[in-house]
Design a protein around this ligand. Structure first.
Ligand SMILES: [Zn+2]
Length: 427
């Protein structure tokens, strides 16, 4: 049930002592070996020895994705290149590349974090694990691959197979655990339908899904159509594995012995109290080649400190609903488009096409959700459709604290590639 019980079930006091010790070691290492940190700490008059409590971390400067880009390729490495055994590079959407390096020790620890996460998700040495995700795009795939091998499971790297072949491999080799993105899992379920087959032709028990935002509604659909228990995990190539769900499926246990997590207000940068939603900031505690201090992930979540029935003591991240870059502010309230999409899906509209329009009338923000009328509205009674719309309005207002107007538009009337948010307030 546990991969490293003595770590995963560590009591809080021991854990925090371990975190502080590792934080101090990390700070000393970056000040010694990474010019960016040496210079910043000097400018701000910070000595690593001043950090005597975990809370003191809030006095340290943030590290951003731009810092990583500007120090391309090797400026952020804390070890000589001869000690680096692997590098993951990305060209990035903007074309500005980044590169992250790992020592042999980093890879060993990464595999252990992944093994921990896979064990929590139900995988054992008796499982056949099918890796149906691109290894080049998802550095996480390498971690999970090594983690599954570490457990002793049989791993099939089927990344390049097309969906029909994926299904064939699943059937022939009696795959029991599927690793891919949530949307690809649904695509495989569609392929199964197209082949006039169903889940009984498969031996799947678990799906370990991540690398993109998804909803509880998607989880239910995947679990039902593929006959699996589906768990979520989260990681970044800059950091490696960060968190993963146990089979309780109530949030992702943070690998708190490997990362120190904070939640901040994405606008002011101020730390937020435990339980509040904001931007996730991570400090690596064990990485040798590429340590990061207060790295702004741009991902929005909250930390849940309540105990988990599985017995693991590591705190849990709420499902990541969106990026802080996407955040919109309506009448002073922070809203993420992914939260709107999740509410629409959970209200029974599925992955409905929609657009959020923001306008300003007499200095007041107006928020409107344009919704392409779903097929069901043609067949359902008017009363049923009205009730659904009313429910959507109510949930948007109560869960997001914004009074969205919800307007139906003709099916296929939103142009292909239309932005999710159309902000007309500044025009
Ligand atoms: Zn748990």
């Amino acid at each position: 049930m546990y991969w490293q019980r003595e770590i995963e079930c560590m009591d809080r006091e021991t854990l925090e002592l371990l975190q502080l010790e590792r934080l101090q070691a990390t700070l000393n290492r970056v000040v010694r070996n990474v010019p960016l940190y040496r210079q910043r700490f000097r400018e701000l008059g910070i000595d690593p020895y001043d950090i005597q409590r975990l809370e003191d971390i809030r006095h340290l400067p943030f590290t951003t994705k731009d810092d990583v880009r500007q120090n391309y390729p090797y400026g952020m490495f804390a070890v000589p290149l001869r000690d680096v055994v692997r590098m993951h590079t990305s060209s990035g959407f903007t074309g500005t590349p980044t590169v992250v390096g790992y020592t042999a020790g980093d890879l060993r620890r990464w595999a252990d974090l992944a093994a921990r996460m896979l064990t929590a998700a139900g995988v054992t040495q008796d499982d056949v694990v099918q890796m149906a995700c691109p290894y080049d795009l998802m550095s996480g795939a390498f971690g999970l691959h090594s983690g599954a091998e570490r457990i002793g499971a049989s791993v099939i790297p089927s990344a390049l197979a097309d969906p029909r072949r994926q299904i064939r491999i699943m059937q022939d080799y009696r795959t029991t655990a599927l690793v891919c993105t949530p949307s690809y899992a649904l695509h495989l379920a569609d392929t199964l339908d197209a082949l006039a087959a169903n889940k009984t032709s498969l031996s799947l028990r678990f799906a370990i899904l991540g690398s993109e935002p998804w909803t509880e509604a998607m989880r239910e659909e995947i679990e039902e159509r593929l006959g699996v228990a589906a768990t979520d995990h989260y990681g970044l190539s800059e950091i490696t594995a960060v968190a993963g769900e146990c089979l309780e499926r109530r949030g992702l246990h943070l690998h708190e012995d490997a990362v120190l997590a904070e939640i901040i207000d994405p606008i002011s940068g101020a730390p937020l109290p435990l339980g509040e939603r904001g931007e996730l900031v991570l400090t690596t505690l064990t990485k040798e080649a590429f340590p990061l201090v207060r790295y702004r992930t741009g991902d929005l979540t909250a930390i849940d400190p309540t105990p988990c029935p599985c017995g693991r003591t590591f705190r849990r991240l709420a499902r990541i609903p969106g990026r802080s870059d996407d955040m919109i502010i309506v009448g002073g309230v922070n809203v993420f488009p992914a939260q709107v999409a999740a509410i629409l899906a959970e209200a029974g509209l599925g992955q409905v096409r929609h657009q959020i329009v923001l306008e300003r009338e007499e200095h007041m923000d107006q928020a409107i959700v344009l919704l392409e009328a779903p097929e069901s509205f043609c067949t359902d009674s008017i009363k049923k459709s009205q009730r659904l719309m009313e429910n959507v309005r109510l949930r948007l207002r109560t869960e997001l604290s914004v009074a969205f107007a919800v307007r139906l538009v003709e099916p296929r009337s939103l142009p292909p590639g239309a932005p999710v948010v159309d902000d007309r307030r500044s025009r």
